[in-house]
Design a protein around this ligand. Sequence first.
Ligand code: ASP
Length: 586
Amino acid sequence: MLRTHTCGALALADVNKEVTLSGWVQKTRDKGGLIWIDLRDRYGLTQLVMEEGRSAAEVIEVARTLGREYVVSVKGIVIERVSKNPKMITGDIEIDVTSIKILNKSKTPPFTIEDKTDGGEELRMKFRYLDLRRNPLKDSLMLRHRLSLETRKYLDSQQFIEIETPYLIKSTPEGARDFVVPSRMNEGQFYALPQSPQTFKQLLMVAGYDRYYQLVKCFRDEDLRADRQPEFTQIDCEMAFVEQEDILNTFEGLIKHLFSEVKNVDIEKMPRMTYDEAMKLYGSDKPDLRFDMQFVELNELVKDKGFSIFDEAELIVGFTAKGCAEYTRKQLDALTDLVKKPQVGAKGLVYVKYNADGTFKSSVDKFYNESQLKTWADKMNAQPGDLMLILSGEDEKSRKQLSVLRLHMADLLGLKDPFNYKPLWVVDFPLLEWDEDTQRYHAMHHPFTSPKPQDIALLETKPGAVRANAYDFVINGVEIGGGSIRIHDRDLQKLMFKHLGFSDEQAQDQFGFLMNAFEYGAPPHGGIAFGFDRLAALFGGQDSIRDFIAFPKNNAGRDVMIDSPSIIADEQLDELRLKVVIPKKD
Ligand code: ASP
């Protein structure tokens, strides 16, 4: 063994022991014959000490050649420190070194291996193995490990079994874009990497494995954002002989278990909110419940008073920002600019200041008098000192725009404490959503989701109004999980495909294997998948999932460390009978 202890283990109780430690040189200090070295491994830091004249000459000689990140093994005696460092786990002791051996040298690292580093993003990605030596990343990966371990423990305790499903599967047109893999043995044909194990887990239910889970990589060829990676991990689960309520309860259990075991946080309430209610009150299907600012409809109070913008609007809706009545012109203009950005799309913003002295000042003073504005304030629960912010226009659009403003106000008011966890279930999602581009309905969740039985009749007449037995799990405005009760009846599944614009042949060709399986005793079943990387980031109090993945891709989907994707050799292309035609740049 190259060590008897780790660098995070020794304490006063070990004084006088002879120990061997191995690790990386964090830092050396050489002060007139006294040399200190901080030795690091993933468990912590231990201070080594050597003294000219007292320590062996060759120890001093080797110590003086050490650079940052050299890998060394040292032998020595644990001694009590004269000046202790209460911030370090090992801060009471140091090692009086008797021998030292260099196991490997290191070039000077391109950035400092400290909690706060001087390295830029790109450089750190290129030398990810050095970045991973830093505490913040190490802590993130440790947290991820704890989460996966506790997930497995909980699911195992509930009789779930982990089963692996294949990564080389078949491309399907639904959902996101697939990553494809050419098949050498089947000329001209391609596998697809799974966007999720959805159909396989359903087949496992048909096979009788009534509680399945898997911590599984999924692949989606989508544009990237801070919380998206082309490959990511899900906690994927499926249960048979259950109804929606059973699934929600089982996975509330999982979430509670994770919070209590990993974060020591007691989650008491997990409210349920329908999709309609979430859209109505927060303009979002993933409402952030850490703060209030619920939407209030004002149509009845504001119409027919000569303000044409409100008169012509389908919806006039607003919320109250507490304590913001003293916002300046400039601050209000900035809010207006935000909602008018093309990606938000509002035409303007109406504000009403309910001044501390009980008077009102608004951007629509020409049309509404103080007593009218007071009725708005009453409806919107505004008190003196508050600011009312109001948008108008088409119903759904206005709500979504107001939702952007609500989140922005929460930022400005410092209401987004990352460690204040407010989970909820959003239930009763619409089954279908209309897609303007393709001029057809798409499955909002996926095509295997069951409509609510009482809504099936509406499929023919009012497809947009059909609700699904589908649910999302949301924490702090982030969708962490989503699932549904599935269709397990061949005819209903066929009908769904028909409504999604598949011909019978297309449906049979792409999903025949599933529909056929439904003819051999498919039990009622349903499930859910949680975004594991997102869950880890949330537990770590961060927005970006990147540091919770050991080797992530950058925003262009590249791994800059191994330099991938890359071109492949002509022989490989020949073997696959592929030809790369690089389009000319115009
Ligand atoms: N397969 C679904 C997804 O990846 C989750 C589920 O329905 O269980 O979103």
